[in-house]
Design a protein around this ligand. Structure first.
Ligand code: ZN
Length: 250
């Protein structure tokens, strides 16, 4: 499946959960990934923090490589100067690579590098190229980049720690980005990341998003399988309520 086919499929069948793996039981990474496969998740999300761009140090390419799974591996790079570093995530088998537009002076060059990269899992498929926006970055920052990306991720919290609250002003930004995407006429995935819990998931699913990132609401140290099944059930229910599969609210 090419990147274009994959993006079209994700848009038609979304919204999807991209499940943050860092709050899982990392000593049993294989079991935790198997749990996500079992409940029908499609995407696993790794928050990469370098201690500079993001105040948190988290994990790097070896951790992405250690994920042996049929899920799509989504690497969210909250790092400085990604242009020199993205290839290591490509080599580690990331299927989707999202960098922060604020982390580089040359976001377009990063997209060019990713556009030439070969997916380590499937040489026929490229990489889904994503750009993430911090809460303080206006939607217009994307405009010159829209011809060269497949995914826009709107952060609803500032990079750092899990468990922060969803900044409600980001609803307007999601609408503004959805508008830019619609105007571009290109098939681009829209995602929301940060502060998404069981309580607000249903609402976020109505905001025109294709990908919803959630982590600690699933891997809460208690009942991850139940949480994942409930949250996937909730967004499937919303999809049916919205009518045909993939119906998007604009
Ligand atoms: Zn993230």
């Amino acid at each position: 499946m090419s990147v274009a086919e994959l993006v079209a499929d994700l848009r038609a069948t979304g919204p999807h959960l991209s499940v943050g793996i860092l709050t899982a039981d990392l000593l049993h990474l294989g079991d935790e990934l198997a749990l996500l496969e079992r409940v029908g998740a499609r995407i696993v999300h790794t928050d990469v923090g370098d201690g500079v761009f993001s105040p948190m140090f988290t994990v790097g390419p070896p951790f992405v490589k250690a994920q042996r799974t049929t899920l799509l591996k989504d690497a969210h790079l909250m790092i400085e100067d990604p242009v020199e570093k993205v290839q290591a995530f490509v080599d580690a088998g990331a299927d989707m690579i999202t960098f922060q537009v604020e982390g580089t002076r040359h976001p377009h060059r990063v997209l060019q590098v990713l556009g030439k990269a070969t997916n380590a899992n499937d040489p026929e498929r490229g990489i889904v190229r994503g750009v993430a926006l911090n809460p303080g970055t206006p939607a217009g920052a994307l405009e010159p980049l829209l011809d060269d990306l497949e995914y826009v991720l709107v952060l609803a919290v500032n990079p750092g720690w899990s468990g922060q609250g969803f900044i409600t002003a980001m609803e307007d930004k999601l609408a503004a980005v959805a508008e830019l995407i619609a105007r571009s006429g290109r098939p681009i995935l829209l995602g929301a990341d940060g502060g998404i819990t069981r309580a607000n998931l249903g609402h976020v699913a109505t905001l025109g998003v294709d990908v919803i990132v959630t982590g600690s609401a699933i891997f809460d140290g208690r009942t991850p399988e139940e949480n994942a099944a409930l949250m996937l059930g909730e967004i499937r229910g919303r999809r049916q309520l919205a009518g045909s599969p993939g119906a998007r609210e604009k």
